[in-house]
Ligand binder design. Structure first.
Ligand SMILES: NC(=O)c1ccc[n+]([C@@H]2O[C@H](COP(=O)([O-])OP(=O)(O)OC[C@H]3O[C@@H](n4cnc5c(N)ncnc54)[C@H](OP(=O)(O)O)[C@@H]3O)[C@@H](O)[C@H]2O)c1
Length: 308
């Protein structure tokens, strides 16, 4: 099969299109023929070796944790999926080797759900990791009816889905931080935009003088300190960025987990027209290095997706 792989940790120039053997399919594993693979900031961190001490990793290493595709084969213990099913997956296995930047990926059953029918392949490939992160973070903060929610980085992959999910969970108001150029986009998602950077606390207070009920931080640093000032209960502060800092403030760190049930909720909201994945740009598989470079620059509106 064709895949993007690296033989050693390093820069984007290590990402090369290769011919690799078909990956092994375990008894409870689903082999997915990948149509699209979302590109996430973590893919670049893996390429640079930052997760090597946390998860067993093997070369040649195919990056990528997001996929949408069609079931090609199933192991004998797989009960929930059959050959030909259209699926989405947050394919985070316990080791790092067989990723989704490939024509075929072996996905543990717990990582998959049915593809939302209304989503294009590009939208479906960009949904799993960012959507699950947003959903699980909002659930951890017990986001519900009438809450005022602050989302830092509301125009990015996780943030633009978090704004919509907060509304779907019943939030009365959502404040979303973004650069000026993305304010109309953030407004279109259902949030009130505020520019990030120096003076953020005063700008948010000008919009919501009584503060917020829930805050979702994606960047750490000032975003966390400002959030703590605005929250009545620090336990409703959640961060994907800085475990120690958020713990010091009394909040929680999220590391997104594979979940068929949660993916099913997201797919249902997409099909109900209540959640839309904004695809900023697609790249062919062979241009994975360009795609990772764009994501690493940190200003993508929505998602970048590879077409395999
Ligand atoms: N722990 C986990 O499980 C987990 C899961 C997913 C993601 N993450 C982490 O969460 C972060 C966000 O992920 P993502 O996929 O949403 O990234 P992304 O799509 O690359 O985020 C890009 C967005 O970030 C905005 N941005 C840049 N600097 C900002 C700042 N200082 N304050 C507020 N917004 C800013 C940009 O807005 P403008 O263009 O308007 O500047 C852009 O829209 C990353 O660090 C990622 O590694 C962690």
């Amino acid at each position: 099969m064709r895949a993007i792989a690296i033989d050693a940790y390093g820069g984007v120039d290590r990402l090369a299109l290769r011919e690799l053997p078909t990956p092994p399919v375990g008894p409870d594993t689903v082999l997915v023929r990948v149509r699209t693979a979302g590109v996430n900031p973590v893919d670049g961190k893996i390429r640079e070796g930052h997760l090597a001490a946390l998860m067993p990793s093997h070369f040649p290493l195919v990056p990528g944790w997001d996929a949408a595709g069609v079931v090609e084969a199933v192991g004998p213990a797989v009960a929930g999926f059959a050959v030909g099913d259209e699926v989405i997956g947050y394919v985070r296995r316990d080791d790092v080797q067989h990723g989704t930047y490939a024509e075929l990926v072996p996905a543990p059953e717990r990582c998959l759900a049915d593809k939302p029918v209304q989503a294009s392949w590009a939208e479906a490939g960009g949904l799993p990791l960012a959507g699950l992160t947003a959903y699980q973070a909002l659930q951890l903060a017990r986001t519900g009816a009438g809450d005022t929610v602050l989302v830092h980085g509301a125009s990015g992959g996780v943030g633009h889905l978090a704004v919509q999910l907060a509304r779907a969970l019943g939030a009365g108001r959502v404040i979303g931080t973004a650069s000026e150029a993305n304010h109309d986009f953030v407004r279109s998602l259902g949030a009130e935009p505020v520019s990030y950077g120096d003076g953020l606390l005063d700008r948010v207070r000008a919009v919501v003088p009584d503060g917020v009920d829930v805050a979702l931080d994606l960047f750490g640093g000032d975003a966390l300190d400002v959030s703590a000032e605005l929250l009545a209960r620090p336990a409703r502060l959640v961060s994907t960025a800085d475990p120690e800092h958020v713990a010091r403030l009394g909040g929680s760190y999220v590391f997104v987990k594979p979940s068929t049930a949660d993916l099913g909720v997201l797919a249902g909201l997409v099909d109900a027209g209540r959640l839309t994945v904004h695809v900023a740009r697609t790249f062919p598989l062979a241009e994975a290095a360009e795609a990772q470079r764009l994501v690493a620059a940190g200003h993508v509106r929505g998602k970048v997706v590879l077409e395999v």
